[in-house]
Design a protein around this ligand. Sequence first.
Ligand code: IPD
Ligand code: CA
Ligand code: CA
Length: 269
Amino acid sequence: MSLAEELLELATATAREAGRMLVDKRPPAGPDVVQTKSSPTDVVTQMDRAAESLIIDRITAARPDDGFLGEEGGTRAGASGVRWVIDPIDGTVNYLYDLPDWAVSIAAESGGVALAGAVVLPRRGETYTAARGAGALLHTESGTRELRVNASVPLERALLSTGFGYAAARRASQAQVLTGVLPNVRDIRRGGSCCVDLCSLAAGRVDAYYERGVQEWDVAAGALIVQEAGGRVEGLHGAPAGPDLTIAAGPGTFEALHALLAGLDPLRD
Ligand code: IPD
Ligand code: CA
Ligand code: CA
């Protein structure tokens, strides 16, 4: 088994276990908000923390020398060269409101290159996986299928997903950019989870995605899944995807979306 396959197996098993725990232990009245971060709407529940601890415990037990970057603070330098990038619940607001589109996202990288990514949506019974060079897969109860992005969808017929940050000023500027995007595309979806948006792109359920302000843990697994499904994930003017701007789409759609966004001053705040 290659290192990428080995890491993917561990990422997938761990994300599934965390996903089951998040479903089984979700308090019926909803989880408690234990902290707010960048704004009053940027919440952390006891379940985000419990899931991140479970994930780090399981991975550490299997690979004690690896490093971590976890959204909820589980950050540690490792000695093996492998680093795990974890969002224990991507789509926390959906989880809080008991909407189904939230996911556990786990990626493993070596020397800064993503080797494996697993995104588990427990409420949809879906697991998305990718190992570098080996393609991207969707596993459900009814079987496993290979993922392929939609290519060369003209922008005016493209269904786009996007998201908004938690800070009010950032949202105001994201809304302004959106007024320039919306008249030029089929429609917009705001699903509430960056990694789910990326997996939907890989599965051909949307044609493109962009967002300003996403962090490494939001995109690490989903970006590999999109790339292995034939898509491009980049920032503006060839910059790597990152907090400034992440644009993702199939070839032939990416270029048009990039040109549209570049003309809208998307980094305005
Ligand atoms: C958020 C979600 C959301 C995106 C935000 C992220 P969280 O992550 O991915 O879709 O628009 O930028 O912060 O807070 O639910 O882990
Ligand atoms: Ca997130
Ligand atoms: Ca999160």
